[in-house]
Design a protein around this ligand. Structure first.
Ligand SMILES: [Zn+2]
Length: 451
């Protein structure tokens, strides 16, 4: 049984997919006016592990994440550079997809853009207007939050409390200060001609339309960073309730912040770190381990000792993996990992790993199970205590766990010449010809072969 903390109910619940052994998930992506900072990558990495885990369990996963390519910030940047919004968007989508790749994120099934979805967005807004869930004020269209009795449920806030705590809204076109923009008439930047006005859509509508168009609503899992819960996700949900009579997603999952010295990283505070550069500097394995180190709803505090601990963890993993890979190649040739694991101890370790991730994605406990596998590997590579089948199973178990965490060490296979050298060294040691063994070992080291 998989249990998930559902932000909508504030409870850990049993995961029941809409269709058996199938998961439809959507994660809000970036607004493409610059590259990603480390905080933007946390949900992308976490939900990559979620998708991989469901795939490992045999689920069919369909995972969609959008690019917001229409936004005031994009328009501002385009104006500053004297280029089109499309050029800015294309540039940063390329950068972000490059960062995804460097981070070893499995390709999403779709990365829809607002500009490609505009016809559907306009039709959707018209539906809300026709249903009297939205109203036109001059050339703008607003969603009427009072028409959704459930408004505030996701963020755990009552509308009355929100209104009491709100600053006075200067915009007197709105019936309620929490009514939000579905369409705005604009004088500046790229715009679309509609019966409302010449303008562009508000931010909260695109995801609702993309989800319904590509996946069909409701979906199983809707994810994003904690800061999207209100107003973005609350407003997405309100529109789906109004238009489709469903709450858009059955499970809402939100990841915590990245902090530096316990202060949230944000562009406005100027304490962010460029993700693309950092993943290049650290390597994706260390980067992923660092961001997966804390429970996913809590803050990851980015600091030197976290990076050091993640480097140590990664070194331990890659050293053990390399030694097992080499041992297998030297003794039995190149082997492929297999899905079917029978040895009792390994079945138990695999189950421990699955149980940890089934418990609201407890990655720390999953890594504890991985550590136990590393211990087995370290014993097996020092001693000849395992049969060929057992070694292949251990390798498969190790490979599978790492795959779920998105860590896939690439090890160059030894050439025939290198294998021959290693075999001769092993023979010399068995024959207790230590002088020859030392010479061969020196040659192995000189060739940069790591055993
Ligand atoms: Zn969204």
């Amino acid at each position: 049984m998989i249990r998930i903390y559902n932000s909508l109910t504030g409870k850990v619940e049993e995961f029941k997919p809409i269709n058996e052994k199938e998961v439809k998930m959507y994660v809000c992506g970036s607004t493409v006016y610059n590259g990603m900072h480390i905080g933007n990558t946390r949900p992308i990495i976490f939900f990559d592990v979620v998708a991989r885990f469901f795939k490992y369990l045999g689920y069919k996963v369909t995972y969609v994440s959008n690019f917001t390519d229409i936004d005031d910030k994009i328009i501002k940047k385009a104006k500053e550079e004297g280029v089109s919004e499309e050029e800015i968007a294309n540039r940063y989508i390329k950068v972000i997809l490059g960062t995804y790749k460097k981070l070893n994120i499995l390709p999403h099934d779709a990365n829809p853009r607002v500009t490609e979805t505009m016809d559907d967005i306009v039709k959707f807004i018209q539906v809300l207007v026709d249903k009297k869930k939205a109203y036109i004020a001059d050339g703008d269209v607003y969603f009427d939050v009072d028409c959704v009795s459930d408004y505030g449920t996701l963020s755990g806030q009552k509308l009355d409390d929100l209104i009491a705590g709100a600053r006075v809204d200067e915009n007197d076109k709105k019936h309620n200060p929490f009514d939000f923009n579905l369409w705005k008439e604009t004088a500046e930047g790229v715009k679309w001609h509609t019966c409302f006005s010449d303008g562009r859509p508000g931010w909260h509508t695109e995801c609702v339309v993309m989800i319904n168009k590509i996946l069909g609503s409701p979906i199983d899992i809707h994810g994003g960073g904690m800061d999207l819960k209100f107003p973005h996700h609350e407003n997405e949900r309100a529109q789906a309730l109004a238009a489709y009579d469903n709450g858009l997603a059955n499970y809402w999952i939100h990841t915590g912040w990245i902090g530096m010295d316990n202060v949230k990283m944000s562009k406005s505070l100027g304490n962010t770190i460029d993700a693309d550069q950092l993943v290049t500097d650290l390597g994706y394995g260390v980067y992923r381990l660092a961001l997966l180190s804390a429970p996913y709803r809590q803050m990851v505090n980015y600091q030197a000792d976290l990076i050091q601990a993640s480097k140590n963890q990664y070194d331990k993993i890659s050293r053990a993996y390399m030694q097992l890979f080499r041992k297998l190649q030297i003794s039995y040739g190149l082997v492929s990992p297999k899905a079917d694991i029978k040895k009792c101890e390994y079945v138990k370790l695999n189950q421990e790993f699955i149980d940890a991730l089934s418990d609201d994605f407890n990655i720390s406990n999953a890594i504890t199970a991985l550590d136990k596998v590393i211990k087995e590997v370290n014993v097996a590579t020092r001693q000849n205590n395992l049969t060929e089948d057992e070694l292949v199973e251990l390798y498969s178990l190790f490979y599978n766990m790492l795959w779920v965490l998105g860590i896939e060490p690439h090890i160059e296979a030894l050439s025939e010449e290198e294998l021959d050298l290693v075999r001769k060294w092993n023979e010399a040691r068995i024959n207790k010809d230590f002088a020859l063994a030392d010479n061969l070992r020196a040659e192995i080291n000189n060739k940069g072969i790591i055993l």
